[in-house]
Design a protein around this ligand. Structure first.
Ligand code: DP6
Length: 365
């Protein structure tokens, strides 16, 4: 049941009655990427996740989006101009136009708006880092902010929830970028406020989880050859899909327990199981595919040996790509960074490692 969607549609009907004449202005927001600990992989119609997911919000890998807008009910049709890093980009423009068209029932003023959108990423080019979470969340927060400027203040909770709801419709994982330092999206028995329609912040963390670090090993800098959307689609025919969705729910439950108890070793165990399960799903899809590279496996081996030898609480996770995310607590930063320098850096393209850390979500510019 899409309760929140109904609420938003109800509000949109009221907004439609208050047609503005000639509102204009500009908004700008910076929104981060996130890395999933429990993975979203597989969806149901209407951008509903097949299982709940949980992520760490990053702080250095951002998209900054600004929109100059005019909204006037006398306008016959919307107009959209989209620039990515100062350049026309047809692929991104089409995606943005399609997205704006798909959400116009939730933001009725879009039908008579003129938008000049400019977007740029703060993370380096050619690092294979997925940008849809930061890009779609930055765009959605900007749209919610325009609505707030035209129609008046909304409480912060409602504002962020709508931004998360709209982000989800652009890209599932983007729904989680709205909250930091950790966020959860999708109904799960272990968090009673959880929803398939939007993400929620995960607060009251045990001290061991505050300030987590994510050092991203750039094993491969080219963009991934198989899109996540296609990967989700392939789950419809994957023979292990049902088991995977059950395992993800079990991992969510274990994770909630580990987070409450401050059990870092359990957290790492679940995180690595999730990363390998995600890639197992890719390998067992039809057609099957492999995104890990030999150096991804070598880095995993070295990291596990280091952990066994030193007892340091460090683990890895993977996105839908070859790059390894090395996750560890702030207190072990010096020792683990030294290990990355001496043993893992040589496995990266051009020795590239991006050191990121937990962040608090979007910021108004
Ligand atoms: C492996 O959110 O990119 O990063 O909803 O089709 O845009 P769409 O997919 P997307 O999928 C993310 C997949 C993942 C896991 C995760 O972030 O949970």
């Amino acid at each position: 049941m899409k309760q929140f969607e109904e609420k938003i549609l109800g509000e949109a009907a009221l907004v439609r009655k208050k047609k503005p004449s000639g509102s204009q202005g500009s908004v700008a927001w910076k929104s981060p990427s996130n890395i999933a600990i429990v993975k979203y992989w597989g969806k149901r119609p209407g951008q509903i996740p097949a299982n709940a997911s949980f992520s760490l919000t990053l702080s250095r890998s951002h998209t900054i989006t600004s929109i100059d807008y005019t909204v006037d009910a006398s306008r016959k049709a919307p107009s959209i101009e989209f620039l990515f890093e100062g350049q026309v980009n047809d692929t991104f423009s089409k995606r943005v136009e399609k997205y704006l068209d798909s959400i116009k029932d939730f933001l009725p003023w879009l039908r008579y708006s003129g938008l000049k959108i400019h977007s740029e990423n703060t993370f380096p080019h050619s690092t294979g880092i997925a940008s849809s979470a930061s890009a779609m969340s930055a765009l959605s927060v900007c749209l919610c902010d325009i609505e707030r400027e035209i129609y008046g203040e909304k409480g912060m909770e409602d504002f962020l929830r709508k931004a998360s709801f709209l982000s989800r419709l652009g890209s599932g994982s983007a729904s989680r970028s709205i909250y930091g330092p950790m966020a959860e999206w999708g109904s799960t028995s272990c968090l009673k406020e959880s929803s398939d329609e939007y993400a929620i912040p995960v607060t009251n963390l045990h001290a061991v989880f505050s300030g987590l670090r994510d050092s991203i090993l750039i094993i491969e800098k080219e963009r991934k050859k198989v899109s996540s959307s296609f990967g989700h689609e392939l789950m419809k025919t994957n023979p292990y899909a049902k088991l995977r969705f059950e395992a993800a729910e079990e991992n969510m439950r274990r994770l909630c327990r580990a987070m409450k108890q401050g059990d870092l070793n359990q957290f790492i165990d679940i995180m690595e199981n999730e990363a390998l399960s995600l890639h197992a799903m890719m390998m067992t899809s039809s057609p099957g595919y492999l995104l890990m590279r030999p150096n991804t496996l070598e880095a995993i081996e070295r990291l596990r040996t280091f952990r066994l030898d030193t007892g340091h609480p460090v683990g890895f996770t993977l996105d839908a790509g070859a790059n390894l995310h090395v996750i560890y607590p702030e207190v072990h930063e010096d020792r683990i960074r030294a290990f990355i320098e001496s043993d893992l850096k040589e496995l990266c393209t051009d020795g590239r490692v991006i050191h990121d850390e937990a962040g608090m979500g979007p910021e108004k510019q």
